[in-house]
Design a protein around this ligand. Structure first.
Ligand code: IMP
Length: 186
């Protein structure tokens, strides 16, 4: 059962606000150096990557355009992805001939991103790379080439900094794990 106080539901902090800030700055500097002299289109996958996208884009010093996609996996549960992906919001602009980077919150089984990569490749970008804040390799079902990675985490369901459980906890500024009783039926 959920408490009215979000922080009271948190069993522990896995990645602190300070750690996120420092790593995002490093990723932004690395991306800016790697793409120096070019222009980059960042494609964020809503809703979970919203805070990461907002912070990462401001840590990048080369010209960027942004676009937003929203996908939902269906047929799964609140903590398990199914691999069946539905596009709820498509790109607003063409990525034909552009350098594109997918900005993701977390890669778990890899099924969602595997679908997105194939979908975006079909739109003929000049290049397509992947930046994810979190990687949970223990549960990977398909191989995903990660170009920029924030943190590798153990096989735990995490919330905060955009990530949700039942649409809650996205606004916590750190990555944490919930107390077991939160997952118990209300
Ligand atoms: P995948 O298709 O299994 O890689 O799952 C990708 C999506 O599942 C992510 O973009 C998240 O929205 C969600 N997800 C996977 N693991 C977690 C987690 O630990 N906490 C919150 N959401 C997660």
């Amino acid at each position: 059962m959920r408490s009215p106080d979000l922080v009271a539901d948190v069993a522990g902090v896995l990645v602190s606000e300070e750690q996120i800030r420092a790593r995002v700055a490093e990723l932004g500097a690395q991306i800016s150096a790697d793409y120096a002299g070019r222009e980059l289109t960042l494609v964020s996958v809503l809703k979970g990557s919203l805070p990461f996208m907002a912070d990462l884009m401001r840590a990048i010093t080369i010209p960027v355009s942004i676009d937003l996609m929203e996908v939902s996996s269906y047929g799964g549960t609140a903590t398990e992805s199914s691999g069946l992906v539905r596009i709820l919001k498509d790109l607003s602009s063409s990525i034909d001939g552009r350098d594109v980077m997918i900005v993701e919150d977390i890669i778990d089984t890899g099924l969602t991103l595997n679908y997105l990569i194939r979908y975006l490749r079909g739109k003929n970008p000049r290049s397509l790379h992947i930046c994810t804040l979190l990687d949970k390799p223990a549960r990977r079902l398909v191989d995903i080439p990660i170009d920029y990675l924030g943190f590798t985490i153990p096989d735990q369901f995490v919330i905060g900094y955009g990530l949700d459980y039942g649409e809650h906890y996205r606004n916590l500024p750190f990555i944490g794990v919930l107390k077991p009783e939160v997952y118990a039926a209300p």
